[in-house]
Design a protein around this ligand. Structure first.
Ligand SMILES: Cc1cc2nc3c(=O)[nH]c(=O)nc-3n(C[C@H](O)[C@H](O)[C@H](O)COP(=O)(O)OP(=O)(O)OC[C@H]3O[C@@H](n4cnc5c(N)ncnc54)[C@H](O)[C@@H]3O)c2cc1C
Length: 463
C-alpha cells in the first residue's frame, strides 16, 4: 500500500478538528510502542486526541481521503503490537474520550467511552453495588482496548471474556460513517451481530467510540486457596480435576516456586506461605458462607488427593489483596529476569499437562528457557521465553523457531495461538498455523468491505 505522508496541510486540518493543543507533532516515541517486548518502536507522524465521535469521524474522513494510515490507541498496554503505528501516519489516541456516561442499575448496564481506564470503571461500578468481572490485570488498560483485543484475564474460568459483556457498540467506520449496533437489551436476533464482529478486531475495522457493557452483582463471599506441590505434573493435572467435579472457581492460576519468590521479592510482599516448587492460586466466590465453606473443603480435598503437600487458605481481605498484588506483578518480575517474549497460546483445559510438558521439550530442544505460568484454569497458561545469559544474536535467531514450535504444539493439542492478547503485528506470521487460508481470505474480504483503502490499523492480524 502506498500511503501518503502527513503534510502541513493535513496537520492544519487536524488542528481545526480537535484544536491545536490536541495535535502533537514532536516527541512521539511514547506513542510508538506498547508493552510487547520483541518489537521495534515506531513513532507516528502525528498524534491526535479527539474528544467525541464527531471528531473521530472527521479525522477518519480526512485520512481516508488522503490515504493516510490511522492507528487507534487506548492505554498502550497491549502485548502484541496492535497499537504500534508501523506505517507511521496518524496515531488516534482515545485517551480524552474517558467518560462513564451512565450506570443503569435497573438494567445492569454501564455505558462508557472507550478511553475509560479499567481502574476507574471498576471503582465507578462497585460504588453502585455492581460488578464488571473481566480482569485483564493491567488496570491502566482502557475498556476500548479490551474490546478491540477481546481481553480476558484470570477470572475467565468463571466469568468468560470481554465479548460476553458487550451488549452494544457505537463505532466509526474508516470512511467516517457512525454505526450503532446492539443496545441495552438482552436478546438480539436482528441480522448480523456487528458489535460482536468488532470485538477482537484489533482496531482494523472501526474505531469504537461508545460501549454498552453488561454488569452483574458481585458474590458476597470469597476466599483463596494456595496448594503447594512438589511435582509440576501434579499441580497442573489438579486443574482439570477440580473442573471435572463441577466446581467453577473464579480463577485457577499456576505459579512456579521461582516465579512466586521472584514476585514476592519484586513487590516486597511476604505471603504467609512456605517455599515450594509449584503453586496454584485458586479463587472461589459465593453468596453464601455455607456454600463457600463447602466448596473450599471440596477443592482442598481434590488438591490433597492429587499430590498437594499442603493447602493454605487465605480468607482475610488484607491477605487476599496481598496475594493478588504478588500475582499481578508476575509479568514485570519475570521481565526483570530477562524476559524477552510472552505468549498467550491457549489449549483445551484437559490438555494443559501436555502443553506444559511440551514447553519443557521446547526448552531442551533450543537451550532457552520457555516457562509457563498464569491462567491454568482456562487453558491459557502464558509462556515466557527468557533469555538469561543467551547472547542477543543467538536468542534473536532462535526466537521465531521457538514461537513456531509453541504455536504448532498448541494447535496440535486442539488450541490456538492467541487466547487474549490478539495477533497485532507480533503474531501475524504465525496465523496460518491456526487458521486455514480460505478463512484468512474471508477475513481479508471483511476487512475490504469495512476499509477498502486499508487506512485503519494496517498490517495488523494479516498483511
Ligand atoms: C502487565 C500486563 C498484564 C496483562 N495481562 C493481561 C491479561 O491477563 N489478559 C489480557 O487479556 N490482557 C492482558 N494484558 C494485555 C493488555 O492489557 C490488553 O491487551 C488490553 O486489552 C489492552 O488495552 P489498551 O487500552 O492498553 O489497548 P492498546 O494497547 O492501546 O491497543 C490494543 C489494540 O486495541 C486497539 N484499540 C484500542 N482502542 C481502540 C478503540 N477505541 N477502537 C478500536 N480499536 C482500539 C488498538 O489499535 C490495538 O490494536 C496485560 C498487559 C500487561 C502490560
Amino acid at each position: 500500500m502506498n500511503y501518503k505522508k502527513v503534510t502541513d496541510e493535513v496537520i492544519r486540518r487536524l488542528k481545526e478538528i480537535v484544536g491545536d493543543e490536541n495535535v502533537l507533532c514532536e516527541h512521539l516515541m511514547d506513542y510508538g510502542h506498547d508493552e510487547t517486548h520483541i518489537l521495534d518502536w515506531v513513532p507516528p507522524e502525528v498524534v491526535v486526541k479527539p474528544k467525541n465521535r464527531t471528531e473521530v469521524s472527521e479525522i477518519l474522513k480526512l485520512a481516508n481521503r488522503e490515504i493516510i494510515p490511522v492507528t487507534p490507541r487506548g492505554g498502550g498496554t497491549g502485548l502484541s503490537g496492535g497499537a504500534v503505528p508501523i506505517y507511521g501516519g496518524i496515531l488516534l489516541s482515545l485517551e480524552r474520550m474517558n467518560r462513564i456516561l451512565e450506570i443503569d442499575e435497573d438494567n445492569f448496564v454501564a455505558v462508557v467511552e472507550p478511553g475509560v481506564i479499567l481502574a476507574e470503571l471498576y471503582k465507578a461500578v462497585e460504588d453502585r453495588g455492581l460488578y464488571y468481572p473481566i480482569y485483564p490485570e493491567e488496570e491502566s488498560a482502557t475498556i476500548g482496548g479490551n474490546v478491540a483485543t477481546n481481553a480476558a484475564g484470570m477470572k475467565a474460568v468463571k466469568y468468560g471474556v470481554t465479548r460476553n459483556y458487550i451488549m452494544g457498540l457505537e463505532a466509526v467506520l474508516p470512511n467516517g460513517t457512525v454505526i450503532e449496533t446492539g443496545g441495552k437489551y438482552v436478546k438480539n436476533s436482528t441480522g448480523y451481530n456487528l458489535a460482536q464482529l468488532l470485538v477482537g478486531s484489533e482496531g482494523t475495522l472501526a474505531v469504537v467510540t461508545k460501549i454498552i457493557l453488561r454488569l452483574i452483582k458481585r458474590p458476597k463471599k470469597r476466599c483463596y486457596l494456595i496448594p503447594t506441590f512438589e511435582s509440576l505434573g501434579d499441580a497442573i493435572s489438579t486443574v482439570p480435576k477440580i473442573l471435572k467435579e463441577g466446581i467453577v472457581p473464579v480463577a485457577i492460576e499456576f505459579m512456579s516456586g521461582i516465579a512466586m519468590q521472584l514476585c514476592q521479592n519484586y513487590t516486597g510482599i511476604k505471603l504467609p506461605i512456605p517455599e515450594a516448587p509449584n503453586y496454584l492460586i485458586i479463587i472461589i466466590e459465593s453468596d453464601s458462607e455455607l456454600e463457600l465453606k463447602n466448596l473450599t473443603e471440596r477443592v482442598n480435598a481434590i488438591c490433597l488427593n492429587n499430590g498437594a503437600s499442603d493447602v493454605f487458605i487465605v480468607d482475610t481481605e488484607r491477605d487476599m489483596k496481598k496475594v493478588s498484588e504478588v500475582r499481578a506483578k508476575l509479568h514485570f518480575a519475570v521481565k526483570s529476569l530477562g524476559l524477552e517474549d510472552i505468549g498467550d497460546a491457549v489449549v483445551p483445559r484437559s490438555k494443559i499437562p501436555e502443553f506444559m510438558n511440551m514447553l519443557g521439550e521446547i526448552t531442551r530442544k533450543h537451550g532457552i528457557l520457555v516457562s509457563g505460568s498464569g491462567h491454568a484454569g482456562d487453558g491459557n497458561v502464558h509462556f515466557s521465553v527468557i533469555a538469561f545469559g543467551t547472547p542477543k544474536e543467538e536468542f534473536n535467531r532462535k526466537l521465531p523457531e521457538i514461537l513456531e514450535d509453541v504455536f504448532r504444539g498448541s494447535v496440535s493439542l486442539g488450541g490456538t495461538i492467541s487466547g487474549e492478547h490478539g495477533i497485532g503485528v507480533a503474531k501475524k506470521k504465525y496465523v496460518p498455523i491456526a487458521i486455514k487460508q480460505e478463512q484468512i481470505e474471508l477475513m481479508r474480504n471483511i476487512k475490504r468491505v469495512f476499509d477498502p483503502n486499508c487506512i485503519l490499523n494496517p498490517g495488523k492480524i494479516f498483511d
